[in-house]
Design a binder for this molecule. Structure first.
Ligand code: 6GU
Length: 250
């Protein structure tokens, strides 16, 4: 996958892209990142990327030309570097659709993504006409789209086949991905008076699996009941949830 990020602050990405799993994924050629500073595509000698809004008012608005030209460059690079040459253009904005795991799954099947990071107070509305999808990462205001582009990149890249090792991905199959994680413990068996649950020391694999699923369901029902609506469920899961429901109501 080729991920191209249009930003005025490419240096913000260096730590994130040069660490941990995103770094490893690039080394394995499973993903390539290209940071494109759209200031380089400004048309005037002062490299202006923003201007005052028509109609007046305070603040500055991102101009269309630098982003248009940077997008043309990005599409051209995408055509040279990918088989199908069809990149999906994503605009990061608090006005976008809220980013969810389901969207990450869909984006992970793309061959190319171009993400545009807005900044300052806003952008010229005409930029929207070159965009396939607008995404927000939640209901709060960031100073720019960069952290959101990092969030989307991380969530998408870990879903590309081969990026997670088998032990990393086994823990996060599609079945468990829609629930909160079950509680985990490691050595020592007792610390500060707190013991690891006996079941985890029993060596009974099937019972441990059942306990973990139950704990994940209980935890999700208590903390994030909204997630249960989209989670794939077995008959056994539904029985467990019914039992918890009865406990909570009774
Ligand atoms: Cl994508 N951009 C900005 N500026 N703020 C946000 C956001 C994006 N998502 C949530 N808040």
């Amino acid at each position: 996958m080729l991920i191209q990020i249009l930003t005025l602050f490419p240096q913000m990405f260096t730590g994130v892209l040069e660490s941990s799993i995103l770094k490893r994924a690039q080394e394995q050629n499973l993903v390539k990142f290209e940071l494109i500073n759209f200031r380089d595509f400004a048309t005037d000698k002062h490299h202006m990327v923003d201007d005052t809004p028509y109609g007046g008012g305070s603040g500055m608005v991102l101009k269309p030309e630098p982003i248009f030209r940077a997008l043309q460059y990005a599409h051209q690079q995408n055509r040279q570097q990918t088989e199908r040459g069809k990149a999906k253009v994503i605009l990061l904005t608090p006005q976008g659709k809220v980013f969810k795991q389901e969207i990450a799954r869909e984006l992970a099947t793309a061959e190319g993504l171009i993400m545009i990071c807005g900044h300052y107070e806003g952008f010229d509305e005409r930029i929207r006409s070159w965009v396939d999808l607008e995404l927000s990462i939640g209901d709060y205001v960031l100073t720019g789209g960069e952290p959101a582009a990092m969030v989307v990149s991380d969530a998408v890249v870990r879903l590309i086949p081969g990026v997670l090792g088998s032990s990393e991905s086994a823990q996060h199959d599609s079945f468990s991905e829609y629930l909160l994680d079950f509680p985990q413990y490691t050595r020592p068996v007792e610390f500060e008076g707190m013991r690891v649950p006996d079941i985890l020391l029993s060596g009974h694999h099937a019972m441990i699996e059942a306990w973990r699923r139950e704990q994940a369901l209980i935890r999700t029902a208590k903390r994030r009941p909204d997630l249960l609506e989209n989670a794939p469920m077995s008959e056994e899961d539904l029985k467990i949830l019914k039992a918890i429901g009865e406990l909570n109501n009774g």
